[in-house]
Design a binder for this molecule. Sequence first.
Ligand code: GLC
Length: 611
Amino acid sequence: MSPAQKLEISCDDPEQKTTPGNLTPNETEILETVADAWNNIIRDVSGARTDSNIPANSDDKCGNFADDYVNIKTMLQTSSDGGGAENGDSEEVPNSGNGGGGKASSVLKPSPSVGMSLENLMEVPIGSSGKNGGSENGSATSMMDEAWEQLSRSYVYFKGQRVGTLAAIDTGGEALNYNQVFVRDFVPCGLACLMKTDADVDIVKNFLLKTLHLQGWEKRIDNFTLGEGVMPASFKVIQDPSRQKEVLQADFGGTAIGRVAPVDSGFWWIILLRSYTKCTHDYSLSELPQVQRGMKLILNLCLSDGFDTFPTLLCADGCSMIDRRMGIYGYPIEIQALFFFALRCARQLLKPEHDGKELIERIDKRITALSYHIQNYYWLDFTQLNNIYRYKTEEYSHTAVNKFNVIPESIPDWVFEFMPLRGGYFIGNVSPARMDFRWFLVGNCIAILSCLATPSQATAVMDLIEERWADLIGEMPLKIAYPALEGHEWRSVTGCDPKNTRWSYHNGGSWPVLLWLLTAASIKTGRPQIAKRAIELVEQRLAKDGWPEYYDGITGRYIGKQARKYQTWSVTGYLVAKLMIENPSNLLIISLEEDKKIAKPKLTRSASWTF
Ligand code: GLC
């Protein structure tokens, strides 16, 4: 269906729909029938999830259901066509092997664990996924049951209320900081709670309010006071013997390795707040004055004037999920994509009252500038690689093609082999004379979920994942980054970090938690088969291996050298992936629709866009 053919459906009034003139009466009737079904779902969901004191037909400020409907419908059509590479029966993928070269083929079956087909979407409201979100398949159901059980064991209580989840419950090793509630780790936990049947919304609300309270603390590292808006990386509940009561202890980077503040925490907090609001329709939380203020403080940290010439956010190494030195300082894609996502979520939640209007204008401008910058300068596909390879240097004027003066000799050899004719991705980092060509999964998937990626770019990213399955998915999904730094590069970039040796941990290790992001991106792009294949791989080992934090090795075959077992986000990454693949409408809780007002760049077309 082309965008021009979309049905306009008001969430407030299901009767109020207009049909475009270029549809046949028959087509219009079919679309109206499905639209009515969708509106019924919306009504059911609003009814089921709305706080009794909130009107059932309150404005859906968190997204346009008509758009949601049309996009999911398009996705269903794509998936039921089963055409091309999405057809699991005949799909050929490269064998796992050495990065880049010699990709032999093997046949992968569709995942037997995925009990419900996408065609049934219209019969299932957001959040419901069979009994407790379990699947039809026996072994997968027991894995789901075990996962729910593990999740409930990880709950952290403060004054009798659940406020978060432990990072890991591994009794085998030293706890380090894994006995804390990490903000980023809680995101898939919170999503699992929101997506399950009979959504468990309280823990998410408590978590959002408790972390907001921590944001209000004065934050000092030595004699330096951190910005007001900084959100903690993690917190824990301790018993204060002198006062004989429970108290919270938070880390804003002051005790973390490298003493770096988590730039991602504030963005994840806003994103989860929007998910909560989207799922529950409970606007009373986001409209609380202190919640509005918390959002503004986070955004003020990122939108204040400085010396910047780029709309991207300048960061220290180790300020996100990769919280150790890994050469991601500068303008890492993970942070830029989360920044964009958070800006768009805040745009939906901020009230224009008081200084809100001015902030919303700043957000709008930044969204436009940021999407232009990332879509143009971070994008790499075969055509663009060839352009960079032929770049002239030392161009000094507005007409420069090679804007950042990237020296073609700095392109690493592996990229030429890795880059398929079909596919593309956002590279890791762009700054003067520096392009980090590494692939990072989080940034690319977040770019898809937030619509930072254009539809063609989103498709090309999924093409790349298919084309380079052995490198990026391997035997145990999913590589956090590709390729690994080795030898001299590893020494100089990581500072000889013994935890980040090649193909381990953040340096090319495989992280099961990332399964939820891949699944969300696959469904959003109409390619659920990609997620099903990855889920099947995870189901073969993850529970048997004790839900490790990460796997090592070029294909992710070995349980990580220092990986914790019973890592909560490995458990909930799997749960969220299953809840979405079994009921794709759950995707709406974490994905945004395209904003037509954001200008699209004129990009050169790679082969991947014309297939
Ligand atoms: C490690 C990871 C970080 C995660 C934390 C808790 O430090 O690098 O991303 O949040 O463990 O699981």
